[in-house]
Design a protein around this ligand. Structure first.
Ligand code: ZN
Length: 147
């Protein structure tokens, strides 16, 4: 059986090297800039809505492997979901990476590769930057800074 941590690392490296939905959406219904000054991660998120469903989502930016892969996997996870579903997924993800709860592993699916981040407080912001930026975009706020 492969070591779970190695597998997690592979998924994260794959997404950081080949980020999915790495593009600007024009036009976009919502967009927001997120920065994580501690690590230097920056992400710009674009969302196209159909009703309250996230029809398209894309991102651009630069940062560490964790922030980039998390953004990539976040876009895959929320595409096609309603705003409400995306928000509750974020809550579960946030619980998991901050170690405050296990989150709903079934709903989180592949996103559980980031569960190990809870052991590295400095990395929690890297992993959740894209999610906070998505929330800002949905809340019609144009920027968010991780304090
Ligand atoms: Zn980072």
């Amino acid at each position: 059986m492969p070591d779970l941590r190695e597998l997690y690392q592979e998924v994260i490296l794959d997404h950081s090297r080949n980020p999915r939905n790495f593009r600007k959406l024009e036009p976009a219904d919502r967009s927001a800039d997120g920065t994580n000054p501690l690590c230097g991660d920056r992400v710009t998120l674009y969302v196209r809505l159909e009703g309250d469903r996230i029809a398209e989502v894309g991102f651009q930016g630069q940062g560490c492997a964790i922030s980039k892969s998390s953004a990539s996997m976040m876009t895959e996870a929320v595409k096609g979901k309603t705003e409400g579903e995306a928000r509750s997924l974020f809550e579960g993800f946030h619980e998991m990476v901050t170690g405050r709860g296990a989150g709903d592993a079934k709903a989180l699916g592949k996103l559980t590769v980031f569960s190990g981040v809870s052991e590295f407080p400095a990395r929690v912001k890297c992993a959740s930057l894209a999610w906070h930026t998505l929330k800002a975009a949905l809340d019609k706020s144009d920027k968010v800074t991780m304090e």
